[in-house]
Ligand binder design. Structure first.
Ligand code: ADP
Length: 654
């Protein structure tokens, strides 16, 4: 029955406490998870927005650049020959003709002018004659004469410079070094802007010769530097020649000059690299499948691809005036950082534009318009979620708090329930105990009374004995009923003590007298010791007697084989102390605190055979405390117990 109920209680407990706790924890965890999801979503949104901004900005910048180059090309075609465009990020602007890329140096009008100039009838004939004398007839002196004629007949600087170059060569062949140097020096001075059909400035040929003959080193260095540093694109042929010159100069340089010559070589290498990248682009161009976009139609999305190392962003745009298309290449390295600077990233997000590394795992693609570009995001900073850490702690602490409060409440409830359960159990035991206790004296009374009623021949001694037994058992019954009634009064809070000045010695004597018969019957020796001169106490005499009787009855019940009980009344510390001492079974230290609880009986084998209700000591304590006193016990198991009621004494005549 109890176990069954207990199981129900556990179930109820689970449902009422644990379930809400679990639900709470699950809800809390869900909330945390949702917060995190939200943060992730916010981050993803932020990244998408940043990517969009970068794409837009980049697209706008590149389109603007392309448009500006197209405009410039239309208004100043000569500009295309210059390496430095208005926009320093532009690496190359080339036109498209017949689906082929035309590189800047390929449309150099100076080359065309040079060819046309040299092809002039009279000059061309004189040059042909001079070359015949110099190369076929091996007559350098004759050639010098003819070249001088050509020089005199020259109608423009190109012809004059060319004639000097040829005459210098013939002079060298004729062994007239001085004359040759004079001619070459003149070419060096004037020929920087005169370019042959290979795009090579004539001055560079003169410089090569001068270097071979060991003259005019300073002028050579100067010409090389001016050519290399010039604003125009140079043809690859010119650049290779320039590089060759630069190397030769470097080999012969003294320490003072070394650094500047090395810088010069670097500059030439850089130009060569850029030209080579342009040539590679020209070669690959038909395969690149670049869409025409940007340019004059704003809003049209240009398609920009990355090309080469260092990376160029190459795009194709319509040229203005319906004249085909242009291709614009932009240095990615110099453009991308400025794009990043122009964008305001959403809070908590940071990202960089970068070239895709092929495997595509290194960032988010910028979009179809920019197949070679990705955005690399910085790891989300902790600061990106201000308060999230605090909030999370708040959740956790609240959760722990709520759960612990719930569990604590559950513990209290379960403790109460357990106590209630035990009490109910004790109460039911009590009912059977009381019934049992009532039965014994009633049986005795009835038996003796019936015997007397039959009026059998009984001697007067036996008759008296029977009557005494009946009286005695009735008294026991009365005591028992008093206990039960008092207890019920106490429980209902209705117990009142009618106090009046009372001589405690009399109460003690009365108690001893009341118990005389049962004590005698069970052959107990009761020693009563009363200290003289105690003042009367303000007590309810009946209640105090009831308490002493309870203690004496206990002493008899729990004496075991001992037959000695002492009853004492003394005075200590201004209090009256009534002691009942036995030499019986005693009480273990653990039990001493519990025996005063209602219905409590020490659960030993011996006690089970002894009738009792567990109310006697409860009443003793209540009576003592009801008089402003207390009850105490001193006991050693196997040696006996001493119970003491301490009562305050009126200061009366003390
Ligand atoms: P009961 O009706 O069982 O005697 P009490 O309240 O009077 O109820 O006593 C409570 C318990 O205390 C007893 O069951 C007994 O185990 C223990 N007890 C009381 N008095 C003594 C005593 N003098 N010696 C040993 N044990 C005692």
């Amino acid at each position: 029955m109890a176990a069954h109920r207990h199981r129900w209680q556990v179930l109820l407990f689970l449902v009422a406490i644990i379930l809400p706790c679990v639900v709470l924890v699950v809800l809390g965890l869900r909330m945390v998870a949702q917060e995190r999801e939200l943060a992730e979503k916010r981050l993803a949104d932020g990244r998408r927005s940043l990517t969009g901004q970068l794409r837009q900005e980049l697209s706008a910048r590149l389109d603007r650049t392309a448009l500006r180059q197209a405009t410039t090309l239309r208004s100043e075609p000569g500009r295309a020959l210059l390496r430095a465009y208005q926009d320093p990020a532009v690496a190359l602007v080339a036109t498209v003709a017949d689906r082929h890329l035309v590189l800047p140096w390929e449309r150099d009008p100076r080359s065309t002018r040079f060819r046309r100039s040299l092809d002039q009838d009279r000059f061309a004939r004189l040059v042909a004659r001079g070359e015949h004398a110099e190369i076929v007839l091996r007559d350098p002196d004759g050639a010098i004469g003819t070249y001088s004629e050509a020089l005199a007949a020259a109608s423009d600087p190109a012809q004059a410079t060319w004639a000097r170059l040829l005459r210098g060569r013939a002079a060298l062949a004729a062994g007239r070094r001085h004359d040759a140097l004079t001619d070459y020096t003149a070419v060096l001075a004037s020929g920087l802007d005169i370019v042959d059909e290979h795009g090579v400035p004539l001055a560079l040929y003169a410089a090569t010769r001068l270097l071979e003959t060991g003259g005019q080193r300073e002028a050579v260095v100067d010409a090389v530097r001016r050519t290399a540093g010039g604003p125009r694109w140079l043809s690859p042929t010119a650049l290779y020649l320039l590089r060759d010159l630069g190397r030769r100069l470097g080999r012969a340089a003294d320490t003072a000059e070394e650094q500047s010559v090395r810088d010069l070589a670097h500059a030439i290498d850089a130009r060569l690299a850029r030209s080579e990248q342009a040539i590679a682009l020209q070669r690959d161009f038909p395969r690149l499948r670049l869409e025409v976009g940007g340019g004059p139609s704003p809003g049209a999305e240009a398609r920009w691809i990355s090309y080469g190392t260092p990376a160029w962003l190459v795009g194709r745009a319509a040229a203005l005036g319906g004249e085909g298309e242009i291709v614009v290449a932009v240095w990615a390295d110099s453009l991308l950082p400025s794009i990043e600077r122009a964008v305001v990233p959403p809070s908590g997000v940071s990202g960089q534009l970068a070239m895709a590394s092929g495997d595509g795992t290194d960032g988010e693609r910028l979009g179809d318009a920019f197949p070679g570009l990705v955005v690399r995001f910085g790891s989300p900073a902790a600061a990106s979620e201000p308060g999230w850490g605090v909030r999370r702690w708040f959740y956790l602490v609240t959760l722990v708090l709520v759960v612990s409060v719930a569990l604590f409440g559950a513990y209290l409830v379960s403790r109460d329930v357990r106590r209630e359960l035990r009490l109910a159990e004790l109460r039911s035991q009590f009912v059977s105990a009381v019934s049992h206790e009532l039965k014994t004296p009633l049986t005795a009374i009835r038996m003796f009374a019936e015997t007397l009623q039959l009026g059998r021949a009984l001697d007067p001694g036996t008759q008296t004995e029977y009557l005494e037994t009946i009286v005695n058992e009735s008294e026991r019954l009365t005591r028992l009923l008093n206990n039960v009634l008092d207890f019920s009064k106490i429980e209902r809070g209705k117990k009142q003590y009618r106090r009046s000045p009372t001589d405690l010695a009399e109460i003690v004597d009365a108690s001893a007298r009341a118990m005389r018969y049962p004590l005698e019957q069970q052959r107990f020796t009761l020693t009563v010791a009363v200290q003289d001169g105690l003042p009367p106490a303000d007590v309810d005499g009946d209640a105090i007697e009831q308490a002493i009787l309870n203690l004496l009855a206990n002493a008899m019940k729990y004496s075991g084989d001992s037959r000695v009980i002492e009853l004492r009344l003394t005075r200590a510390d201004g209090q009256a102390v009534i002691e009942v001492a036995d030499r019986g079974v005693g009480i273990g230290p653990d039990e001493q605190g519990k025996i005063f609880d209602q219905f409590y009986r020490v659960p030993t084998q011996d006690n089970e055979g002894i009738p009792g209700t567990g109310l006697g000591l409860t009443l003793v304590r209540h009576i003592a405390e009801g008089h402003g006193g207390r009850v105490s016990v001193a006991s050693v198991p196997g040696q006996g117990s001493t119970f003491a009621i301490h009562l305050p004494l009126g200061n009366g005549d003390a």
